[in-house]
Design a protein around this ligand. Sequence first.
Ligand code: C2O
Ligand code: CU
Length: 704
Amino acid sequence: MYGSLVGLELASLVLLALLGWLAGNRASKLVYAGTGEKLRRQTRRLLRWPPVLTVVCAAQAGSAIVIAGSFDKTFWLDRLALHAPLAVIPVLGLWFISVPRLVRLLRDTAGPEKEPLSSDIRSRTADPGLIVPFRAVALGALTALYFAFKPPFPFSLPDAAVPLLALAVALAAIGYGHSRRSRRAAQSEAALPRPPLWRRCLRGLTILAAVVVTAAVPWAIAAQNSKLPERIDMTAGPMDDGKGSTGQGQHAPAGHAEYLAATAGAEAQVSVASLTGPHSQPDRRFTLTAEKQTIRLASGKTVEAWTYNGQVPGPELRVKEGEVVEVTLVNKDIDAGVTIHWHGLDVPNAEDGVTGVTQDAVMPGQTHTYRFRAEQTGTFWYHTHQDSLEGVSNGLFGSLIVEPADDGNREGERDITVMTHAWDGAGMAIAASDGVDRVRVAPGTPVRLRLVNTDNWVRQTYRLVGTDFRVAAIDGTDLNEPGELESGTRLVLTTGGRYDATFVMPDRPVFLSVGGRKDLGVFMSPDGSGDIPDLPAGSSEFDPLHYGKPKETPFGKDSAFDREFTMVLDNELGFFNGQYNMLYTLNGEVFPNTPAFMVKEGDLVKTTIVNRGMVDHPMHLHGHHVLVLSRNGEAADGSPWWADTVDVLPGDRYEIAFRADNPGLWMDHCHNLDHAAAGMTMHLMYEGVTTPYAAGSATGNHPE
Ligand code: C2O
Ligand code: CU
């Protein structure tokens, strides 16, 4: 719904600009009509345009009003206050200024057909009042389009002043040109001769050149300013204290030093490097060696992969709740460097594995040891957080399963991890299996499918057919009394997210389809053989918002929050690191200009996430699990929904909350890794936390 409204609005603006310009060309040709007959014909034709333009304008303004009205006025105010007026006001100008003049022209030329026009009529055919409103329709729509691709954020009229001023100047210049022409027409003996084509072209080119030259300087400056510095201190950017909400979550940017000077407790500085896991004797030890390896998929296709221990995914790390885990990372030959980030496991900050924030990249020949106590249970995964886009795409990931200390009730459970991933050039696969895996499962066996979407882009759809089932856990956290879902229900999982699907094996085949395909998935039957069942058409999609039964949570939507942040996701055209591109912005900015959300240990924090853009953004906060409070004003009233990766669809507005109970400097980014690599990252920062690490080309650390 939101997507089509935005599409309609943009298409209407484009159409308005085009048609307005064509109509304007017709209007400015009236002055060349030599006779009353010709003039009347052209005027009558011109009068057909305003109704057409009005219809397009109504589509534009209508969609702008519906978006702002039904989604959220605060966040779509620019559509109401800028886009709509820029379309509506010029069209009103047409009706109140141009049309009456055209009608009078028609009336006053009703005399003898072939007679040359009087000088008064001739001057009125070039009347700026007649022509400028047509031009205003086109230029107004263009200005609105500019604002659509470069939204002023947070919305304020002064921020929009420069383009509006440019529009006013252009219209004034056009008006001035026509008034001169009108005077010339009045003084000349006959109708003005139409300038030859070459002169008209020359004029057009001159105007174009003038616009390009004026725009070139700010363009070059913007490109230069967007170049990432060689060294980026992650604690030095703008900050948002989460107090004094402006509705769009933007506060005066200040550096860390100024921020600390203004807040109490600034003395207590603590380095990220000291926030380590336990030093006690580990219960479990693993070694993961990052190395290049040619991987052969089940179909025979090969992939030049970057692996942990020569396999994809890396080895599954399966530990018990409460165990102290030690993982030694060795980099054999990954020149870009590697780390390990424990996605979804809220480890101490120094163990979080983010280059430039919690450690330096581990280069070939180097090692790094991580240590943490596994305090949560469930399905997690690990992946590199150095050059994440490239590293994870190439295969540097694996699953991390924490079994409950007391898992008596899971006795005999069949536990199958399904990590889906799109391999460059080889397509979608479950681990290295790009076909159907056949597994034997005896009827009556409880089965748990741990679905992990490791892809950097695709929201994956899984469908389980042949049995009803439950979603037992989201992002590692068990749901309370999850209800039975019908066979075939679509499970749409965002990148980075996990669902545990459970069922008791029936005495017929069960098939987990990946991406709605019959040739990719996991087939289960008593002896592994049998036909793959058909996928039912038109099944519903699983939605966690009202799923399961409520249960007490440590806080909720009525709690008193210490900090309230707003995170607005959007897209715009602009520069990132010197390149002009579609940018995915957080509160109007891309890294490193995105604001850090500042908290104190113990704070209860609420964040409102709004997606104004055209694509979904799976927002992932490190080190904390967030409780989803509501979506689009609708309370999450099923089982408590704890998540580490929240997929915010276009037009959606989520309220989430978390307790700031894990001090450090934490990444908060879009888990569409392409978006993250293009600057869609920010930080959650505890007051007083410093880091000895830095990112940027001079450091070799590239977290995204
Ligand atoms: Cu799964 Cu910051 O990442
Ligand atoms: Cu994104």
